[in-house]
Write a protein that binds this ligand. Structure first.
Ligand SMILES: [Mg+2]
Length: 154
C-alpha cells in the first residue's frame, strides 16, 4: 500500500529528527510526514488535515498523553479509521496493554531500531494472515523484531 501521510505524535523534538531519518525510504516513495507534540496538537492537526494513513503515538507527553488521545478518539468516535502504532517505553508493559485495549493496532517499544519501525509499519499494512508481500528479503522479519508487535487477533 502507498502510505500517503504518517502523523508522528511525540513531545521530544530530537525524536522528530530521528523519525525523519528512519522514515527516509518512505519519504522517497512519496509518503509525507506530519508532526505533533502531544495528543491535543494531533487532534488539531487531524481536524485540519485528516488525510493521514498512520499515526505513530508516543505515550508520555504533556497536555494530552498517547493513552488520553486514544481514549478521546474512542469516546468521540473520531479518526478511528486511522491505524495507530503506540510507542511505549521499555519496562512499561502496562502502557502497551492499555494502548492496545484503547484501540491501538500495534505497539513499538523504545528504544527501537530502524528495522523494528519498518517491520511494524509493514505488519500494520500487510497483516500476517494476508498474502505476504516479498518482504523476506530483509530476513524473516517476524523473528527479528522483539520490540514490536501487533494487536492479537480476537
Ligand atoms: Mg514522550
Amino acid at each position: 500500500m502507498n502510505i500517503r501521510k504518517i502523523l508522528i505524535v511525540e513531545d521530544a523534538a530530537l525524536l522528530h529528527r530521528l523519525y525523519d531519518l528512519l522514515l527516509y525510504a518512505y519519504k522517497r516513495a512519496g509518503t509525507k510526514l506530519a508532526f505533533a507534540r502531544n495528543g491535543r496538537e494531533a487532534l488539531d492537526t487531524l481536524a485540519q488535515a485528516p488525510d493521514v494513513d498512520l499515526i505513530l503515538l508516543d505515550v508520555n507527553m504533556p497536555v494530552m498523553s498517547g493513552l488520553e488521545f486514544l481514549e478521546h478518539r474512542r469516546r468521540h468516535g473520531v479518526f478511528e479509521r486511522i491505524p495507530v502504532i503506540i510507542v511505549t517505553t521499555e519496562g512499561k508493559e502496562e502502557d502497551t496493554v492499555r494502548g492496545l485495549e484503547a484501540g491501538a493496532a500495534a505497539y513499538l517499544k523504545k528504544p527501537f531500531e530502524a528495522a523494528d519501525l519498518h517491520h511494524i509499519i509493514g505488519r500494520v499494512f500487510a497483516p500476517a494472515d494476508a498474502a505476504a508481500p516479498p518482504r523476506a528479503a530483509a530476513g524473516s522479519a517476524d523473528e527479528q523484531a522483539p520490540n514490536a508487535g501487533t494487536q492479537p487477533t480476537r
